[in-house]
Design a protein around this ligand. Structure first.
Ligand SMILES: Nc1ncnc2c1ncn2[C@@H]1O[C@H](COP(=O)(O)OP(=O)(O)OP(=O)(O)O)[C@@H](O)[C@H]1O
Length: 651
């Protein structure tokens, strides 16, 4: 292990050079400083067209990183992870010093932060454009897969040629030497075939893994970067279906689409070879294969109609299922399990019937296509056998033709099969494409949170949830000076939460203006924290959950906030303290404790403007009063939605 790491700017220069980019160290130092944070390094890489993110991959995650990249050492400084071979990592440190470490020793000497440069879903546009871009970024692996597949196909032509030689020349002439030569050729061909198959399999595995990582993460990144309004208007089932569509498209692309292109090439070559041997029967085989493919495609068209309805129903069914599982406790408490189940069952049954109809069509088509293919085989055997018996055709040519015809039918049907899958999956793929086509929200890159309070002003705000929905805000206005307090009060459904979301920049008003510290809220993300009415804690430890909710606040900041809100006293009563594991959603905490935790995280985020939606509603009066005092005394601008009190004050 090199004794010390690179300084941040030097590490960046080194990485850029390894990735084939110009890197002037002085210019880089002026750009990122001498001791840049991982986020600053990622941003600098982003400006040069790399998709870089700081991650905490853990020992297992190191294996899927795109190398070369940078990792931060436990003792400080950065090290270059240059390559990975046989489970060991080649490291590069200052002065060109290198070392090789196994995964666990490497993980032990890092502080956990690594820059992940795995390409995500590139660019803009729909599904195919983005997946195409991802393919292009992995073109070396793709070229290896294609090259191997072509070689395998070329080897497939050797067997019919050898069969012809053996049957027409070696056997009738008793040419032992030729027979031996043909056998040795076959054996060598088989060994070469197995080796190329292995290389292709490995390249495909590597390629699929990178596609998986890029596509799935790219999709999630895209979803999380969408405007809030787009996120709230779609049901969970729609997101799941879109994710399923992307997954299917991604699986189709490397193996099937590449396979289809190669199948197409192979089919042409085989057809040419057949036509050279026996032109008439070659035309008959082509006709038979076209008929089989036509049956499959006609059935596919019917299946598409079923599939489109299945996708729509599937989205509803998955949304209902998620709601049922998520709200199982409430349903049980209300004794409404039966009703919920029967609603889900009704949708599920419809989906099942559609699936059945689709499967039946598929079965009919399969049976018809198989029968036709058999008829063609039998016809070919009868025709060829008769001609061989009559001495009009030599046996070797006939057997070679049969082998070519079988391979041709396989390649042709493979091509039709891929096309069929594409058209049947079209409705699901369209759903993924529609989501990928939604433009991302332009959000300025994250900056260090700004704890200074800012004035919040809103004038003539008009907002409604959709074109036909009633207006929720009709000319709303407010003015809170920096460090001031405003309590929003009103009956349920009055629009308090809506107003807070509009002020936070999550919802866009139809009319009116909002200024936070003189800027639109979307530009002030580093200063605004919005705490919704019902918070979702994350799984993992209690500390992890608060860190996530506070957008990555450092542990000392979380501990300071917990001391201020009194949450630390509660954590001290837990046997595992901050390491207490939480289930997803934090259900092992009471409603009040969850709110307490979320408020602590909001304060730990270190931002100057707090927009809080009923933050104390679930707490007991004593804790609520104590927390109310903390909020009243702190240096923030606070706008709180609460029932029962209307008060506005300035410090
Ligand atoms: N996502 C949504 N889509 C459509 N309408 C919505 C949505 N969220 C809220 N509304 C509607 O907006 C109105 C205001 O809701 P909002 O949650 O802002 O009220 P509130 O004053 O915070 O109520 P409460 O005190 O009960 O929390 C309600 O009539 C509600 O039906």
């Amino acid at each position: 292990m090199p004794e010390r790491g690179f300084a941040g700017d030097e590490a960046l220069a080194c990485l850029l050079r390894l990735r084939g980019r110009e890197a002037d160290r002085d210019a880089l130092r002026a750009e990122v400083g001498a001791d840049p944070s991982p986020e600053t390094l990622a941003e600098a890489l982003g400006r040069r067209g790399f998709h870089a993110r700081p991650v905490l991959p853990g020992p297992g995650g190191l294996a899927v990183l795109d190398l070369p990249t940078l990792a931060r050492l436990r003792e400080g400084g950065w090290i270059l992870l240059r390559a990975r071979k046989g489970g060991r990592y080649l490291l590069l440190g200052p002065g060109g010093r290198t070392a090789r470490l196994d995964r666990d020793s490497l993980a032990g000497s890092l502080d956990g932060t690594v820059l992940d440069l795995t390409p995500g879903l590139p660019g803009r546009g729909g599904l195919w454009r983005r997946l195409g871009g991802l393919l292009a970024r992995n073109r070396n692996a793709l070229a290896l897969v294609a090259g191997c597949a072509l070689l395998l196909q070329a080897l497939g032509l050797v067997t019919p040629a050898l069969t012809r030689v053996v049957l027409n020349r070696a056997l009738p002439d008793g040419a032992g030497g030729l027979l031996l030569l043909a056998s040795a050729g076959s054996l060598l061909g088989a060994i070469f075939h197995a080796w190329i198959g292995y290389v292709r399999g490995r390249a495909l595995l590597h390629f699929s893994q990178r596609m998986d990582l890029g596509a799935e993460r790219g999709f999630l990144e895209h979803v999380l970067s969408l405007p809030y309004a787009d996120l709230r208007t779609r049901a969970l089932g729609e997101w799941l279906q879109a994710a399923g569509g992307l997954s299917a498209a991604k699986d189709l692309l490397p193996e099937k689409t590449l396979g289809a292109v190669l199948d197409g090439c192979l089919a042409l070559v085989l057809l040419g070879a057949m036509a050279l041997l026996l032109p008439g029967p070659a035309a008959a085989v082509l006709g038979g294969s076209l008929a089989v493919a036509a049956i499959a495609l006609a059935a596919g068209r019917i299946e598409v109609a079923y599939q489109a309805r299945q996708v729509a129903l599937g989205a509803r069914e998955q949304s209902l299922l998620a709601g049922l599982i998520h709200g199982a406790a409430t349903l049980k408490a209300c004794g409404a399990e039966g009703q919920a189940l029967s609603r889900w069952r009704a949708v599920f049954r419809k989906g099942l019937l559609l699936g059945l109809g689709r499967a039946r069509t598929g079965l009919w088509a399969e049976a018809a296509a198989a029968t036709l293919a058999r008829v063609q085989d039998v016809g070919l055997m009868a025709w060829g056998g008769l001609r061989v018996v009559r001495g009009e055709l030599d046996l070797g040519t006939f057997m070679a033709f049969l082998q070519l015809a079988t391979a041709f039918s396989g390649a042709f049907l493979g091509l039709a099969g891929t096309w069929l899958r594409l058209i049947v999956l079209a409705p699901q793929l369209q759903r993924a494409s529609a989501i990928l086509e939604i433009p991302r929200e332009e959000v300025p890159p994250p900056r260090v949170p700004d704890p200074s309070p800012a004035a919040v002003e809103a004038r003539d705000l008009w907002f409604r949830y959709g074109p036909g929905s009633p207006w929720i805000l009709q000319g709303a206005a407010l003015q809170v000076p920096a460090g001031g307090r405003l309590l929003l009060d009103g009956p349920s459904g009055w629009g308090k939460s809506t107003l807070l979301r509009v002020l936070a920049g999550l919802e866009t008003p139809s009319r009116g203006e909002i200024l936070v510290g003189g800027q639109p809220p979307s530009r002030m993300r580093d200063r605004i924290v919005y705490l919704p009415q019902s918070v979702q804690l994350y799984g993992g430890s209690l500390l992890d959950s608060l860190r996530a909710l506070s957008a990555g606040a450092a542990t000392p900041a979380i501990l300071r906030a917990a001391e201020a809100t009194g949450f630390e006293a509660f954590v001290a009563t837990l046997p595992l303290g901050w390491k207490t594991p939480l289930p997803q959603g934090g259900r092992s905490l009471s409603g009040g404790q969850r709110q307490w935790a979320a408020l602590t995280a909001a304060l730990a985020a270190g931002k100057g403007v707090l927009l809080l939606d009923e933050p104390l509603a679930n707490l007991d009066p004593v804790s609520a009063a104590a927390l109310g005092r903390v909020l009243a005394e702190g240096p923030w601008t606070v706008i709180t939605a609460e029932h029962g009190r209307t008060r506005s004050q300035t410090p």
